[in-house]
Design a protein around this ligand. Structure first.
Ligand SMILES: NC(=O)c1ccc[n+]([C@@H]2O[C@H](COP(=O)([O-])OP(=O)(O)OC[C@H]3O[C@@H](n4cnc5c(N)ncnc54)[C@H](O)[C@@H]3O)[C@@H](O)[C@H]2O)c1
Ligand SMILES: [Zn+2]
Length: 375
């Protein structure tokens, strides 16, 4: 079999390749599992590689799919990673510790899994001659999203002060005049400003990937996912996303507890849309090796991956509670210092580069998620 060499154009005019073998790190996780399914459905072979961390999994990993080899291993383990890379054409790096964590004592574990792990993986790819990488990036690299002041134009508000949050002043203010700001869509060229340990590690993963691409002539793409939700999301843990916290509360017969005043704006993107974006990007990047132009040698490119439809956390809680038929959400005024107020994506670059577009709308996605199983 010729793997990945015979690039062709699909009907949509997108670069594509036949029969790649893809290593999916974090393949037993929430998004990784959907990526595996998307790749298998498009006729690729998959080696999944996952440490099945206790912070993410309460039991054994899911069963391997037909056409998938599921390896339990840690990305920090160079020998195991080298073995898993055997015969692999492209890598999709999803493995990471996610969420805000319990407290700062988690920092070494985050940096170990996410940054040391990425360095070990990239070094093994350099040795094995694997040149195509799609990284699971995150919108957390932006910190607070994009804001404009009526008098000062686009501004960058600093971290919100604990005293403001405690007094219920949740909106960031203009650093020059203190006026309330209007939130907008954040583009990839916005300055990065990670606000917590996890965000810092996600940014370092991108910088490592860019350095690897330059040093090896590799092609690296980071898809900066916004708030991903859908079937198979982990249950509520200190590492879980807000949609999973609300869904778990409803399953216990409790009202979703909405922090701040519920007005935080996010972009909730369905996990199947994210998996489709990843598969499309992998094919395009791989296709570039056979003369396509989606990514050039030695480059790193970041793409926002969002639905393009901003919603508040309060709206999401209501949509989910309605669809579930559970108690109405309670707005608590609680807050977490590492949280940002608004961050919503402009995903135009991803749509233009790969012809991707989200298929699952907010209302339909939340209705399905209300009924779906959590992990
Ligand atoms: N869920 C979201 O909304 C979201 C948003 C932005 C980015 N992301 C990124 O997407 C990726 C997948 O996240 P997810 O939501 O599916 O989380 P998840 O916890 O369900 O999946 C992550 C997987 O990585 C594995 N893993 C962690 N450390 C590892 C290590 N050292 N070696 C091998 N495997 C390891 C875990 O066991 C887990 O199965 C992560 O890189 C995350 O940063 C997620
Ligand atoms: Zn101002």
């Amino acid at each position: 079999m010729t793997r990945g060499r015979d690039a062709r154009r699909t009907g949509a005019g997108l670069p594509s390749v036949d029969g790649m073998r893809v290593l999916v790190t974090g393949g037993a996780g929430f998004i990784g599992t959907h990526v595996v399914d998307a790749l298998l459905a498009r006729g690729h072979e998959v080696v999944s590689y996952d440490a099945v961390l206790a912070s993410a999994h309460s039991g054994p990993p899911r069963a391997a799919r037909a056409g998938e080899r599921l390896v339990v291993g840690d990305v920090r383990d160079p020998d195991a990673v080298a073995a898993a890379l055997h015969g692999v054409d492209a890598v999709c790096h999803q493995a990471a510790m996610v969420g805000l964590g319990k407290d700062f004592a988690d920092a070494p574990e985050y940096v170990g899994c996410n940054d040391l792990g990425t360095a070990v993986l990239l070094a093994a790819m350099a040795r094995a001659g694997v040149r195509d990488l799609v990284l699971a990036g995150s919108m957390v690299v932006y910190g607070e999203g994009r804001y404009a002041c009526a008098s000062h134009g686009v501004v960058r508000p600093g971290p919100r002060a604990g005293a403001d949050l405690a007094a219920g002043r949740f909106e960031p203010r203009c650093p020059s005049c203190g006026a309330e700001l209007a939130p907008g869509l954040v583009g990839e060229d916005a300055p990065v400003d990670p606000r917590n340990v996890y965000a810092t590690t996600k940014l370092a993963q991108e910088h490592l990937s860019a350095a690897w691409a330059r040093a090896t002539g590799g092609r690296a793409v980071s898809l900066r996912y916004h708030n991903v939700y859908g079937p198979g999301m982990p249950r509520d843990t200190p590492y879980a996303g807000v949609a999973a916290l609300f869904r778990s509360a409803l399953a216990r017969g409790e009202a979703p507890r909405v922090f701040e005043d519920g007005g935080q704006r996010r972009d909730f993107v369905h996990v199947r849309d994210v998996a489709a974006a990843v598969a499309t990007a992998l094919e395009a990047v791989r296709g570039s090796g056979a003369g396509m132009s989606a990514a050039s040698e030695g480059t790193f490119t970041a793409y926002n991956t969002g639905s393009g439809e901003p919603h508040t956390v309060g709206e999401m809680a209501r949509a989910l509670a309605d669809a579930y038929g559970g108690p109405a959400p309670v707005v608590t005024g609680e807050y977490r210092l590492g949280d940002v107020r608004h961050v919503t994506a402009d995903s135009a670059r991803l749509r233009a580069a790969f012809g991707w577009k989200p298929e699952v709308g907010f209302a339909d996605g939340m209705r399905e998620f209300a009924r779906a199983a959590l992990r």
